[in-house]
Write a protein that binds this ligand. Structure first.
Ligand code: G4P
Length: 549
């Protein structure tokens, strides 16, 4: 198979949902169809029920330290499908956002009883921002849920996207009879399924006036005819290009737990979902067809086995062919690295690979070279965009409670923040360490991991800050003037960039108005490749300012 064919056969996507909508169940059923697993129950839910660190860590451990399920590759109808896992818990939303940079499309699961929930709205915002194509699966149709037309309206209102039903349910809950596929004009009858694969194909019914429909659906047939006429009357015909541009989301209905609507979803997915797309880098757009290899790290996973301190960096390949044992250029460090045992993840197994192609996600064993957002190339200085740190909203000072373990604590904090668990800010020449996160749970996770993986103990002193933002200016004198009398509210991030802590939204607004010459940035993605490669010196240069989020 040649290089082009290899690229064309790849489909890399993520399933996203509000917790409990059915992401884990759907993932599992897709893997069953793909032959990647043979029994249901093999994919552990990443649901955190008690909201505590030990619960989270236990789940991580049960899932084989998440590594096995971080990427789930399988072959289906001649295509290589890479399904990337996203954490369900809202405190780990940043991890999900970063994973979304590594996919080419998304399946969004919505619970028909609950409709669009907050987490769904936030995740969808990220997809819209990046114009990621989205297919929506409305799940749990075996339950009495919201009226399907109301659901479609809710999707459009809350997610700000045109929702185009490609299948339509025949009733729901206890009287759920199945779905009619408006695209291939077939009827799929509901047959509560469980864990095995249903092999029944849809029944082709081209004309909804066919009397067979009355025979099969009795009273529900006329409702389906009315609904279908209304949809065809109101909705524009489905155009694949509109979906690929991220403007229209095709909608399917089903019940993941009953294996219903899942194969239909998967078959449509492979028919319309995009293959590996171009990726914006700081200086140019990188296309998958380029000969030279490039890729970026979007996730780092520490091995939780305390005896082994190695980590796995997950790299999305953007262009060219990756080869085992070849020398590659680590752009930020300016180092040349060779990877002896790169892994891919097929059918939940880690497999040593010889090569990999755009769209693939590979695991690289790392001894501390990688940070999230790092890129690997054949020499070109490329920094990919869209993998930022967001300005955190919860801040705590780290207080060492075991002075004999100060070194371990420093190392642990360094490594955990490299993984993207949280952000580290330092004051007072590095002597005062402040951790910033977007969720409370991360602090518990950090404390737990510092103790279990590094033998270090600490406590956290809450700090009353509203937000941290990166500050820059065209003129270094402006920064100097701004910084005067603000030592308590200034810190350096891990790369030495200057960060300002605002106590309140009002205060931040005031500072922005009073200091128009200073730019306040709400994501870390404002550095140039040079600044990233030489991050000891804080950048002082013009930038577009960001609106207050
Ligand atoms: P998540 O990953 O999005 O958090 O959701 P998950 O798949 O874990 O599903 C959440 C709950 O919804 C699970 O029940 C699951 O069995 C149920 N579920 C998933 N799909 C369907 C469906 O099509 N119909 C119905 N009725 N339920 C569905 P649970 O009680 O929380 O867990 P479990 O004890 O069943 O594992």
């Amino acid at each position: 198979m040649d290089y082009l064919e290899e690229i064309q056969k790849r489909r890399t996507f993520a399933i996203i949902s509000h917790p409990d909508a059915g992401k884990t169940t759907l993932t599992e059923k897709l893997l069953l169809f793909g032959g990647a697993i043979h029994v249901a129950g093999a994919v552990k839910s990443n649901k955190i029920k008690r909201d505590t660190a030990s619960d989270f860590m236990e789940i991580e451990r049960q899932r084989g330290i998440s590594v096995a399920t971080s990427v789930m590759g399988f072959d289906y109808r001649g295509l290589r499908i890479n399904l990337l896992d996203t954490p369900g818990h809202k405190d780990f939303a940043e991890d999900t956002y970063r994973t979304l940079t590594a996919v080419d499309s998304v399946i969004l699961v919505v619970d028909c009883v609950k409709g669009v929930e907050t987490q769904t709205e936030r995740l969808m915002e990220v997809c819209r921002m990046r114009k990621t194509p989205v297919i929506i699966f409305i799940n749990k149709m075996d339950r009495e849920g919201k009226n399907p037309f109301d659901l479609i309206n809710e999707l459009e209102d809350k997610l700000n996207i045109t929702a185009r039903p490609l299948s339509w349910p025949v009733s729901m809950g206890s009287s759920f009879r199945g779905v009619y596929n408006l695209y291939d004009r077939s009827l799929y009858l509901f047959n509560p399924g469980g864990n095995t694969l249903p092999d029944d194909d849809g029944l082709a019914i081209d004309d909804l006036n066919d009397p067979l429909l009355d025979k099969l659906l009795s009273d529900h047939a006329s409702q389906l005819r009315d609904d279908a006429a209304l949809i065809e009357g109101v909705c524009a015909p489905f155009e694949k290009s509109q979906y690929l541009d991220g403007n229209v989301a095709p909608v399917f209905f089903g019940s993941a737990i009953n294996n219903f609507g899942v194969r239909e979803l998967l078959d449509t997915f492979i028919a319309i979902a995009p293959g590996p797309g171009a990726r914006p880098a700081e200086s140019r757009v990188v296309t998958p067809h380029e000969k030279n290899f490039s890729g970026f790290v979007f996730k780092i996973h520490a091995n939780l086995d305390p005896r082994h301190r190695d980590r796995i960096a997950f790299l999305r390949i953007c262009s060219g062919k990756f080869e085992r044992n070849k020398l590659y250029h680590h752009v930020r460090l300016g180092k040349t690295l060779r990877f002896r045992s790169p892994a891919s993840f097929m059918a939940q197994e880690k497999v040593l690979i010889e090569d990999a192609y755009p769209g693939d996600v590979i695991g690289l064993y790392d001894t501390g070279n990688f940070k999230i957002g790092d890129s690997l190339t054949e020499g070109e200085r490329i920094m990919f965009q869209g993998i930022p740190n967001f300005s955190p909203e919860i801040f705590k000072e780290v207080v060492n409670t075991d002075p004999a373990k100060a070194k371990q604590l420093a190392k642990g904090i360094q490594q955990l923040t490299d993984e993207g668990v949280a952000q580290l800010f330092t004051q007072n020449q590095g002597n005062r360490k402040i951790i910033g996160t977007v969720g409370e749970l991360q602090f518990e996770v950090i404390q737990y991991r510092l103790l279990h993986e590094y033998g270090a103990s600490c406590r956290f002193n809450p700090l009353d800050f509203f937000k941290a933002c990166w500050i820059t200016s065209e003129d270094g004198q402006n920064i100097k003037a701004f910084c005067r009398y603000k030592t308590e509210r200034l810190a350096a991030d891990k790369d030495g960039n200057l960060v300002f802590f605002a106590e309140s939204r009002w205060r931040l607004q005031r500072e922005m108005e009073d200091n128009p010459e200073i730019k306040f940035h709400f994501t870390s993605e404002f550095r140039t490749v040079e600044e990233n490669c030489n991050s000891a010196a804080p950048p002082v240069r013009p930038h577009a300012s960001y609106p207050l989020p």
